[in-house]
Design a protein around this ligand. Structure first.
Ligand code: WT7
Length: 658
């Protein structure tokens, strides 16, 4: 594997000093035991019963962890439960019917409130409708919806009948939807006519029509009418109107299907090191336990809170911390359809103020944008309801960390910098805000029970202060069970590199580089594989390259990440053309169109540089690392080992002239 992103790049290396979380917070925190790290260590893996105890089980589990088939670990084996029951029914049984479950804030100021009872009714009706369409336990239902209430409703309806959902982010392209549906052999799709994007009615259904054209399987499609008269649509064969369906099952209830702890709750596709997205499989018992536990211990969610994770449910953050975690704990979760700057740059703070939000969780890319816009926007609102702030998705350096702490948290809220991944299911590295001190620029220690080790190429732990690969030496409940694409790929992607099966030593490799300091705090330095993280969204350079090389006239391409003030990383593409394609403007346009069609608009490169050739080693390998240094304007090392060293100067001249 090439260390393409080079962990030597030092932009996040500085950390601040340790800081105590505000005592007013600690006094009321869910978890305050100072010895909790040691207690989990001494009692591992039984310590994880604390997570499982936050749920209601239909049948109690026999074992906490079964590792016979490692690294295909089985958590809470023998136990059965239903995720929808845990997120709904049990709260009604506890007399919390009228408590608000979802507070939805629409893009144009529309508002909707679902009590737990309302959500229960909506989920049951749609579960009945899905059953009527023919969905059976274990059938994969694809959901391709923007941030509207029908998205979590559809997810919970699937969970209720034991049908794993596969949510595809609404901004992904028709091709991306088709690839995912084909890979999962999914025969059911829940989508909508369209949604508002930059004020316009955007047609989602036409993307769906294109996607379905290329699929072999027959698909039953349910269409939510989001836009009404703003976007009239006609339903064809095998297409069903969402509201007609649920009307036909008004008041109907469906018994929640007890699922084995290890049964798949959902599938989530994410970018990997090859062009093929990986179908990450999450379980019902392990995943839900870990998500509930971290919602409780890290995000400090209490049932009476109004909690807001400003992410999209189409990615793992929204699955775990807009839907499953907060609803399992019976809190009020805010769901926001719009963007932070519409109608103005104070929109998020207006929502915090009006709803008296207690907990706010967002990404560093958003925080960097708030910082750039200026403190006058949050200053227009009363943010004193806030008790805890969280960040996720990318490294956050001390400056935006401090800005967040001062201007949003007014120095009264701890900030938790939570490191995790689609594959880890839930937070794995973070401070516990009621226990640990915070350190701006470092995510924190591994959570209690999570054994993070920063290792060198040989798997040996590196010294404090040195960079290495971020690995995890023991299983944890929220971990992916496998990849839907097959167990072999699960092994090669995550386990082969640092494990020693002969000694029954299993090490999960995250794909990230990190440092650990004398306090045991981990600073994540970024990806070391062919994945780039753009505004907290994970993209595969190979996937982008293949969309580029599909364009007629393109000979070769290399995609790298370039440091960006606001996005963290942006996409930079080098392209060489075939003879006869001198009109690079036309090729450039075709490249952008093709990337948007293959992945989505958010994968557009920030820069495209045309060059007669790409720099290569004598064996013909493209020198991506070097191209990354060029994009970042860094000092270049010795290039004499290249087959075509002269090309590097030409590329630099081309970039200067732009
Ligand atoms: C990658 C996972 C699960 C969160 C949303 C992204 C990066 C995530 C942090 C953090 C530094 C972070 C890593 C990781 N990342 N959180 N607090 N500090 N980097 O999920 O799409 O699976 O991406 O996001 O590089 O590997 P994802």
């Amino acid at each position: 594997m090439v260390d393409r992103n080079g962990w030597g790049r030092d932009r996040h290396v500085l950390t601040g000093s340790l800081r105590r979380p505000p005592s007013s917070f600690v006094e009321q925190a869910n978890v305050t035991e100072s010895g909790i790290h040691e207690a989990f260590e001494e009692n591992w893996p039984e310590c994880w019963e604390r997570a499982a105890d936050l749920l209601s089980w239909s049948d109690a589990y026999d074992t906490v962890l079964e590792d016979e088939d490692a690294p295909f670990y089985r958590w809470f084996q023998g136990g059965t439960l239903n995720a929808s029951y845990n997120c709904l029914d049990r709260h009604l049984e506890a007399g919390r019917k009228t408590h608000t479950a979802i507070r939805w804030e629409g893009k144009h100021g529309e508002r909707e409130t679902y009590t737990y009872r309302d959500l229960f009714v909506a989920v049951n009706e749609f579960a009945a409708a899905l059953g009527d369409l023919g969905v059976e336990e274990d059938d994969v239902v694809t959901i391709y919806l923007p941030m509207i209430p029908e998205l979590p409703i559809a997810m919970l309806a699937c969970a209720r009948i034991g049908a794993p959902h596969s949510v595809v982010f609404a901004g992904l392209s028709a091709d991306a939807l088709a690839t995912r549906m084909a890979a999962a052999e999914s025969e059911y799709l829940v989508t909508c006519d369209g949604y508002y994007r930059r004020g316009d009615a955007f047609n989602q259904k036409s993307k769906v029509d294109n996607a379905l054209l290329g699929l072999e399987q027959d698909v039953q499609t349910v269409v939510v009418d989001r836009l009404g008269d703003d976007l009239p649509h006609v339903l064809g064969n095998n297409e069903h109107d969402y509201y007609d369906l649920v009307d036909a099952f008004a008041g109907e209830t469906v018994d929640p299907v007890p699922r084995d702890a290890g049964d798949m709750l959902f599938l989530m596709y994410t970018s990997g090191t090859t062009g093929e997205p990986k179908g990450v499989v999450h379980t019902t018992g392990g995943y839900l336990s870990h998500v509930a536990w971290t919602s409780h211990a890290v995000l400090d969610i209490k049932p009476e809170d109004t909690y807001w994770c400003a992410a999209d449910i189409g990615w793992i953050t929204g699955h775990s911390y807009i839907v499953y975690g907060p609803l399992a704990l019976g809190t009020t979760t805010v769901m926001y359809e719009g963007t932070p700057d519409y109608p103005d740059r104070d929109r998020l703070w207006e929502i915090v103020d009006r709803n008296a939000v207690d907990i706010f969780y967002t990404a560093p890319t958003a925080i960097r944008a708030f910082m750039k816009w200026g403190e006058e926007y949050p200053a227009q609102h009363d943010l004193s309801s806030l008790r805890l702030l969280g960040t996720v998705g990318e490294p956050i350096s001390p400056r935006p960390w401090n800005w967040y702490y001062e201007h949003i948290g007014t120095e009264n809220c701890p900030v938790v910098d939570t490191w995790w991944q689609t594959e880890t299911g839930a937070v794995t590295v973070s401070t516990l805000p009621g226990v640990d001190e915070m350190k701006p620029g470092a995510a924190g220690p591994g959570l209690p029970g999570i054994d993070v080790r920063i290792v060198d190429e040989s798997g040996a732990e590196v010294d404090a202060g040195e960079a290495g690969y971020l690995t995890i030496a023991r299983p944890w409940p929220g971990m992916a069970r496998t990849l839907y694409d097959g167990d072999d790929r699960f092994l090669t992607e995550y386990w082969d590199r640092f494990s020693n099966p002969d000694r029954e030593e299993w090490r999960y490799f995250s794909g990230d580089a990190a440092r650990v300091d004398e306090d045991g705090y981990i600073t994540v330095l970024g990806r070391v594989d062919d994945v780039i993280n753009v505004s907290g969204r994970r993209l595969s350079t190979m996937e982008i390259e293949s969309a580029i090389t599909d364009v007629p006239g393109v000979a070769e391409s290399a995609v790298v990440g370039r440091s960006s003030e606001t996005k963290g990383t942006d996409i930079y593409a080098y392209v060489s053309t075939e003879g006869g394609y001198d009109d690079t403007a036309a090729v450039r346009e075709a490249i952008i169109d093709n990337i948007e069609a293959a992945i989505g608009p958010f994968a557009r490169p920030e820069g495209i540089v045309f060059t007669p050739e790409l720099p290569k080693t004598r064996s013909g390998k493209i020198m991506r690392r070097l191209l990354e240094d060029v994009a970042n304007g860094e000092e270049l090392g010795d290039t004499s080992a290249l087959r075509n060293p002269e090309i590097v100067g030409e590329i630099q001249a081309e970039i200067r002239d732009e």
